[in-house]
Design a protein around this ligand. Structure first.
Ligand code: KG4
Ligand code: ZN
Length: 347
């Protein structure tokens, strides 16, 4: 049994997994309601909330799964990237558990957690990982495509990244301008229902050297400018539901166009023999239904096996952290005293 801890942002989460990836417990204490009045995550509040909720959550997780702490074999904790004060709460708790019980501790990069999340199942053992797969990670802090080699110790290679904002971040920022509550991604998705995705055109950034990197800040600025012109910007959502819904659907489509466009580009640049057999989608934005549909169609056309994470494993959770530790292997355990939290990293 592996116990995982995740406190990198605004979700305190504890999970218990069996070696084969079976999730015995995955508790998530979301702080969204505490941050919503401020329109975004307040780091100081996040740290205090983690401090308050983590220990009770560990106890509840063990009790709920009927597992004694002595039966836990390994510990895993997110040590970056994320909010440093928030990460420190989880890291210190994991270090404490490790000292007290003598159990080994594996530090996990939060992005590695997202990368492996499509292979987790809500019931039963994890789906077998292929020797090589690609992963599109789209969250509030990251947007990148990775190539993962799973033989031996998993190796991750970054194929592209975002030059500026992350996809989830632009959903959140544009939603805020529209007067929608935090987090904005699910709100944009909600108001876009029934809207015309081709109502507005947001020009998509292209780099001079035609790079496959993402860039969302131009799209964000265009969207904010247009929202103002249309009278959609304000503290409360516009009364004209039709206008709002067309705008949101078009904006959502523009983000998805870019995600799929860059994926296609990397695919075309890759020799047939070097192409992966599977593609995973991960991160909070992976919960978006329109994105899931578009990427499903794209993968089908390319005869690529697509792994979509169950919605509970899209946004931050500790099951994916414990699972990443399993994929890294026991050799990834480190001396608990030397594990440090870090706010930024590129995988
Ligand atoms: O992975 P995550 O929980 O946290 C980070 O690691 O960042 O992702 C949170 C992000 C937020 O920006 C949120 O707005 C976005 O995921 N998100 C969505 C949806 N659900 C969450 N974006 C678009 N559509 C959704 N349904
Ligand atoms: Zn995340």
């Amino acid at each position: 049994m592996i116990l995982g801890i995740e406190t990198s942002c605004d979700e305190t989460s504890v999970a218990l997994l069996e070696r084969d990836g079976t999730v015995r417990s995955n508790l998530i204490a979301s702080q969204i309601d505490r941050h919503r009045p401020f329109g975004g995550v307040v780091p100081e509040i996040a740290s205090r909330e983690h401090l308050e909720h983590l220990e009770p959550l560990i106890r509840r997780s063990l009790a709920g799964a009927g597992v004694a702490l002595r039966d836990v074999e390994l510990l895993a904790v997110t040590n970056g990237p994320g909010l440093i004060g928030a990460l420190l709460v989880g890291v210190a708790a994991a270090q404490g558990l490790s000292y007290a019980t003598g159990k080994r501790l594996i530090p996990v990069n939060h992005l590695e957690g997202h990368i492996f999340s499509p292979y987790l199942q809500r019931a039963g053992a994890a789906i077998p990982r292929p020797e090589r797969f690609w992963s599109l990670v789209v969250s509030g802090g990251h947007s990148s495509i990775y190539e993962i080699e799973t033989a031996g110790t998993a190796r991750v290679r970054m194929l592209n990244r975002t030059r500026d904002d992350a996809a989830g971040e632009v959903f959140d920022k544009v939603a805020k301008v529209l007067g929608l509550p935090y987090p904005g991604g699910p709100e944009i998705e909600r108001v876009s229902q029934g809207g015309r995705a081709d109502a507005y055109d947001f020009s998509v950034a292209r780099f001079k050297n035609d790079s496959a990197d993402f860039s969302f800040s131009g799209l964000k600025s265009n969207a904010i400018r247009l929202a103002r012109q249309l009278g959609l910007a304000g503290d409360v959502p516009a009364a004209d539901a039709r206008l709002l819904s067309d705008f949101a659907a078009s904006f959502q489509r523009a983000v998805i166009d870019q995600l799929i466009g860059r994926l296609e580009r990397l695919w075309m640049e890759t020799a047939t023999s070097a192409r992966p057999a599977e593609l995973g989608l991960a991160g909070g934005v992976a919960a978006n239904t329109a994105l899931r549909e578009r990427i499903t169609a794209w993968a089908e056309e390319r005869r690529l096996v697509l792994r979509l994470p169950e919605k509970v494993f899209c946004t931050d959770n500790a099951a994916m952290i414990a699972f990443a530790a399993i994929n890294k292997g026991d050799g990834a355990a480190e001396d608990a005293r030397s594990i440090k939290a870090y706010s930024r990293s590129t995988l």
